[in-house]
Design a protein around this ligand. Structure first.
Ligand SMILES: [Zn+2]
Length: 112
């Protein structure tokens, strides 16, 4: 699934980010869950990984971010984000060299 989408329970509407077998709120099977776009979130914490696998960028800037009730860890475009900053997913980046799949990374929102 693209990095900028979350799962949404088709029974109760609860949203989550990482693969699950069941909705954590109501227990409904996740196989029928839909997906929803994540719009504007807020940075909770930042970290930078300096030592990465050979095909992953270094330094690798990672953000723990909150999109309402959905919390996730995602790559940030740069290390300038700080807790409390408004962010959204943007762009098309490869996590690993040689991989076809691309995903957006978190960038600051100037006017949330
Ligand atoms: Zn549910």
């Amino acid at each position: 699934m693209p990095a900028d989408r979350a799962f949404a329970c088709d029974d109760c509407g609860h949203r989550w980010y990482y693969d699950r077998r069941r909705c954590p709120a109501c227990g409904h099977g996740a196989e029928s869950a839909g997906t929803v776009p994540l719009e504007t979130g807020e940075v909770v914490a930042m970290t930078t990984v300096e030592t990465t696998p050979p095909d992953v960028r270094a330094p690798n800037h990672l953000a723990l971010a909150r999109f309402d009730d959905v919390r996730l860890v995602a790559q940030a475009v740069d290390g300038d984000l700080a807790p409390g900053d408004a962010v959204r997913f943007e762009g098309s980046h490869r996590l690993r060299e040689g991989r076809d799949r691309t995903d957006p990374r978190l960038v600051a929102v100037d006017d949330p």
